[in-house]
Design a protein around this ligand. Structure first.
Ligand code: FE2
Length: 400
């Protein structure tokens, strides 16, 4: 019960002061011995997350879900009608966030194996680089497992260069560079515009990977070694009370902090870790959640909820303690409470966030909606309330 007293005390006194000290202290400790962000190299000349590709059982229906649920617009299509006989793909876009939803046309396709093993999930976190050949060669030289040798992909709109390397589980990073392509999405796709009702999503903020027990450090080192990322922040089981569905996490980031890949592993706890539940359901390591940044979380989350998306709710008492914990915020407390939006503050500012329930039947991939008002953190102050809520969901699934 000791930690409950501590949590209560922190909440009463406004958790920020103490948590801020821990945050700063750990950030410093963690970066010890690791290259500082000044003068950080970007060995693969990484520009941005180009798109996230999901391999799904029914891409046509998934496209409908992301359009009518999340407000993505369909921009392009590739499939039987365009001469692509192996797979059908729908390119979806909102703000700068791009998704590809792909389904195999035959049972012997690699994507069919992926779906049988993992259910619907993220296959590819594709990165745009200056030069795919150079990035691939450098990544492999630095220890990445090759997945696809560099090759041209072209159509009447021009060409791109594409290669890929493996990361955790069956997930890959495609490395894409543009040559002279000016078509609707990528070569091989034809324009197939179908507008969604935009929900104000701006971009992908971060993508979290869940890896097996004991593998977090390995994959954090992988992103340092191969991509030149640095350790941005670390959360351990002290941040996350062991009574709750526990995890440990290291946030890896490129030097500009525009690409952030937190890596989670399960932590020992009284109950089954939420990360272990994912790994059991996904059949191994994989992408856990995609955080989508928006400019007005009240607008975005209001719309997503009216579209029928399900979000995790924290107990109402969370809002009674909110102002004393995070200080004043510009948003209406009543509206935050109604929508179930969480708030956290650090020394740089605050953030507002909410987490969807898994978007498939297996308790695997889910989404976070996040608005940043200065804070570059991940909502550490919300972990306790959030994990209690996740634990309740796990119990309902019989997985606790
Ligand atoms: Fe997140």
């Amino acid at each position: 019960m000791k930690h409950n007293d501590r949590d209560e005390r922190l909440q009463r006194s406004g958790v920020c002061a103490e948590s801020r000290e821990e945050w700063v202290e750990r950030a410093v400790v963690c970066e010890d011995g690791i290259r500082e962000s000044e003068g950080m190299e970007n060995p693969l000349k990484l520009k941005r997350i180009h798109h996230v590709e999901f391999w799904v059982g029914n891409a046509r229906q998934a496209a409908y879900f992301y359009r009518n649920g999340f407000g993505f617009s369909q921009v392009a299509y590739s499939g039987l009608e365009t001469g692509q006989r192996q797979r059908a793909s729908y390119a979806m876009s909102q703000g700068k966030a791009n998704f590809i939803l792909t389904t195999p046309m035959t049972p012997d396709d690699l994507a069919a194996d992926h779906i049988r093993k993992h259910g619907d999930g993220v296959r590819d976190i594709a990165l745009e680089v200056e030069d795919a050949d150079e990035a691939f060669a450098e990544a492999v030289r630095r220890g990445a497992q090759p997945a696809e040798e560099p090759h041209d992909i072209k159509d009447e709109h021009g060409a791109i260069r594409r290669a890929a390397v493996h990361t955790y589980g069956d997930t890959i990073h495609s490395l894409i560079s543009y040559k002279d392509y000016d078509g609707p999405f990528l070569p091989g796709f034809v324009a197939a515009p179908l507008a969604g009702d935009d929900c104000g999503i701006l971009r992908v903020d971060h993508i979290v990977g869940n890896v097996e027990l004991g593998k977090m450090q390995y994959w954090a080192d992988y992103y340092t070694r191969v991509f030149g990322f640095h350790r941005y922040i670390t959360f351990d089981d002290k941040d996350i009370s062991t009574e709750y569905s526990a995890l440990m996490s290291i946030v890896m980031s490129d030097d500009s902090h525009s690409v952030k890949f937190p890596i989670n592993e399960p932590a020992a706890a009284r109950n089954k870790s939420q990360i272990q539940e994912y790994i059991d359901a996904y059949g191994g390591a994989g992408a856990q959640h995609i955080a989508l940044q928006c400019k007005d979380v009240l607008y975005t989350v209001g719309k997503l909820q009216r579209n029928g998306l399900d979000f995790l709710r924290v107990p109402d008492t969370y809002y009674d303690a909110l102002t004393s914990r995070v200080g004043p915020v510009e948003e209406s407390l009543a509206e935050l409470r109604t929508l179930g939006i969480l708030v956290d503050r650090d020394e740089e500012g605050y953030l507002l966030q909410i987490f969807s329930k898994p978007v498939e039947d297996r308790p695997t991939v889910f989404f976070e909606i996040i608005q940043r008002k200065g804070s570059r953190g991940f909502g550490k102050g919300n972990f306790k309330a959030l994990f209690e809520s996740i634990e309740m969901e796990q119990a309902r699934r019989g997985n606790l």
